[in-house]
Design a protein around this ligand. Sequence first.
Ligand SMILES: Nc1nc2c(ncn2[C@@H]2O[C@H](COP(=O)(O)OP(=O)(O)OP(=O)(O)O)[C@@H](O)[C@H]2O)c(=O)[nH]1
Ligand SMILES: [Mg+2]
Ligand SMILES: [Zn+2]
Length: 339
Amino acid sequence: MTQSGARLPHPVADLGFDGSRVDEVTAAGFDPGSAERVVRMDRGWATLQGGDGTRRVRLRECPPIVVGDWLAEGADGQLVRLERRTLLVRRSVSGRDEPQEMAANVDVVLVTWALDTRVSSGRLRDMLVLARESGAAPVLVLSKVDTTDSVDGLLAELGGVLDGVEVVTTSAVTGEGMDRLQAMASGRTIVLLGSSGAGKSTLTNLLLGEDSRETAEVGRTGDGRHTTTSRELLPLPGGGAIIDTPGIRAATVWEDDEEDEAESRFPDLDELAEECRFSDCAHRGTPGCALDRGVADGELTRARRDAYLTYVGERAAREDVRSAAGRQRVRDKDRRHRP
Ligand SMILES: Nc1nc2c(ncn2[C@@H]2O[C@H](COP(=O)(O)OP(=O)(O)OP(=O)(O)O)[C@@H](O)[C@H]2O)c(=O)[nH]1
Ligand SMILES: [Mg+2]
Ligand SMILES: [Zn+2]
């Protein structure tokens, strides 16, 4: 029995259901005790975590949701979605598809970059923009600091891109930075964003204190293997929650067309491709292809060639989006200047 007037912590307070959420739900006429958080989405199903544990519900019985959303149950048993305080959204690379909602009600977005790969300031900037647009606080995590001698030079080079964002260097080997991440996560919802192989699941496991997320070594090309395939919100032992996400290839946002394309991830292959007979060579069985020749000669692995082709395709798509947005702006300007 509870003493009258005493207010017990809400059953899902550790997942971030704070006093203002209780007020929000009560004011809307729902039972705050029915609050549940979306912790996982699978094909057609959502996993919800409430005071009594988790349950799976069919997506068609839910309002439109994403991992991190809060739901409450109305008197008629209908699930309603609570206000989204923040929303992490990714625009598709091609610009043709619908924007992809990645996570809701996140407090901190950890943009993760592994220091054993060359940093692309353009991609980093894209991801920081994405993080900032969500409404959450962006933080840059430079992971695998044990693989590099010094990050000072890099930080100096990135100065403008970072624009005051907090930077945390981490190492799963030495444990560096983990106390800072732990403090940041306590009582909050944090999400990890970054390329495949950046070490997101490794950091998640360290914060969880257990190996619940699968991790995998990075291939010789420096490209990750896309080990994580689902977004999942996991309660942290000290309160708060972490969302591990699959590696993203590009974090395109609509309005970033002022920026130049980042320096190439494969400068040597860009150079080699200049030697192809055709300037629009598809680099796959095309006559006179310098990359095919490289593969045949054994100086270029098939895997690296394939990674390059994927990269070139995405780069072209991003350029398309940019030029389409640029053309639209010119049209808009023309219209404004017309009498
Ligand atoms: N040296 C070193 N290796 C690390 C560190 N963190 C992660 N790794 C290694 O990097 C590889 C990739 O790590 P993951 O945690 O699977 O990367 P991820 O970002 O989850 O990748 P995806 O799930 O594919 O998006 C694994 O082999 C890890 O052991 C670190 O701090 N130092
Ligand atoms: Mg992973
Ligand atoms: Zn070619």
